[in-house]
Design a protein around this ligand. Structure first.
Ligand code: LMR
Length: 391
């Protein structure tokens, strides 16, 4: 029977890690999977996290189980950053639980809506490939709409998708730093989206995986907060992988907003039951380190300063790409106004291959580049390679 299983392709994004690692060229460039890199090309542990980890080693006196909800101190400490300091639980309507990374949170959110009777999820195209993959694995139908047109969000496509949506549909929205396009909604567009989502009665599932890496911690939460005040119910999937640099420690959270605080325990009991059936309890280390950062004013300041530095570096890379303007057959200008780790350059599949084979530059087949993989030391090499393969 096991013998009947069909061969599955390796995950295309994760496979890039190995492809790049095995390339012997000294000047190769990795613009594949979404990890932040410094101007020296490293992905160091945040200094604030290092300090919290030292504290954790010194002070943690037990590793006994915490339960399917994980570290609730971590879950609660994040809430003012996500939902705002004024009403971090929206009057008792929001509760959360720890999950293994953003993917764990998405898995739980989508499994929860399936249980609740939702059958269709409206997703922008393109989206992070794992969104559609998790929906498919859970048997949820995906309804796609065009995310971007002419370098901006395609609001007409979103309006049409919401106009034809039915009660019982959900919509998956990227809170900030759209993956893979880097094309975010403006504040004015979010104002409209909040109204449209409320009118359409679809359930918003907001994926916030890059808070602080776009325009700032507060700015990157604008859309999410606008949607939450407009609707009765919502789910929020949060990742600390990037904004705390915890990637392999798998640190995330799922939050549910209920119409009535009295509904929350019942809703969350489903999250707990699903977690138990999937991974039982989330891994502790990353969440405990984040909690220790957020419990300590000095460490919190240090973390926010580190995040500012990352964001500014990516802005500088984007500005330099944009300044290159028309390069070969593509225009790099729009990259300057996009947000977060990713942008898409309209390479053909052959050009993606040539960037790898001729220039040792690795990125997703969609043309998505991780701009954080570029440094002031390799960016000219990248621009020259783009000119070469697209010219
Ligand atoms: C990415 O899109 O590269 C990141 O979110 C990492 C991942 O798990 O795919």
């Amino acid at each position: 029977m096991l013998n009947d299983l069909t061969q599955q392709p390796a995950d295309a994004l994760l496979a890039l890690i190995k492809l790049h690692n095995t390339d012997p060229r000294a000047d190769k460039i990795d613009l594949g999977v979404g990890v932040y890199r410094t101007g020296e090309g490293d992905t160091p542990v945040f200094a604030a996290i290092k300090a919290a980890e030292a504290k954790l080693v010194a002070e943690q006196d037990s590793k006994a189980y915490l339960g399917p909800e994980g570290d609730m101190g971590f879950v609660e400490k994040l809430m003012p950053y996500i939902f705002g300091k004024d009403s971090p639980d929206m009057g008792g309507r929001i509760e959360g639980m720890q999950t293994p990374g953003g993917t764990g949170s998405l898995r739980l959110a989508l499994a929860m809506i399936k249980r609740a009777g939702y059958r269709r999820v409206i997703v922008g195209k393109p989206s992070w490939p794992n969104h559609n993959q998790i929906c498919a694995d859970l048997g949820l139908e995906v309804l796609e709409f065009n995310h971007a047109a002419g370098g901006a969000a395609d609001m007409d496509a979103l309006r049409a998708a919401l106009a034809s949506a039915m009660e019982g549909d959900a919509i998956l929205l990227h809170g900030c730093c759209h993956n893979p396009t880097g094309i975010d909604y403006t504040d004015a567009q979010w104002d409209e989206i909040a109204l449209l989502v409320a009118q359409s009665k679809v359930l918003p599932v907001l994926d916030l995986a890059y808070q602080g890496l776009g325009l700032g911690m507060e700015e990157d939460a604008y859309g999410l907060r606008r949607v939450l005040v407009a609707v009765p119910e919502a789910l929020v999937c949060y990742s600390c992988d990037k904004n705390f640099g915890l990637y392999r420690d798998r640190t995330g959270a799922l939050y549910a907003m209920a119409a009535d605080p009295a509904d929350l325990p019942r809703i969350m009991s489903n999250g707990h039951a699903l977690a138990r059936a999937n991974w039982s309890q989330p891994p502790d280390h990353g969440a405990a380190a984040v909690r220790l950062v957020l419990e300590d004013e000095a460490l919190t300041k240090q973390w926010l300063a580190e995040l500012d530095e990352m964001r500014e570096r990516m802005r500088a890379v984007r500005a330099k790409l944009a300044a290159a303007g028309r390069t070969g057959g593509v225009d790099l200008t729009p990259i300057g106004a996009q947000n977060g780790l990713f942008s898409i350059i309209p390479f053909t599949p052959e050009q993606v291959q040539e960037m790898r084979s001729r220039h040792g530059i690795y990125f997703a087949a969609s043309g998505r580049i991780n701009v954080a993989g570029l440094t002031m030391g390799n960016i000219d090499q990248f621009i020259a390679a783009v000119a070469d393969v697209t010219g």
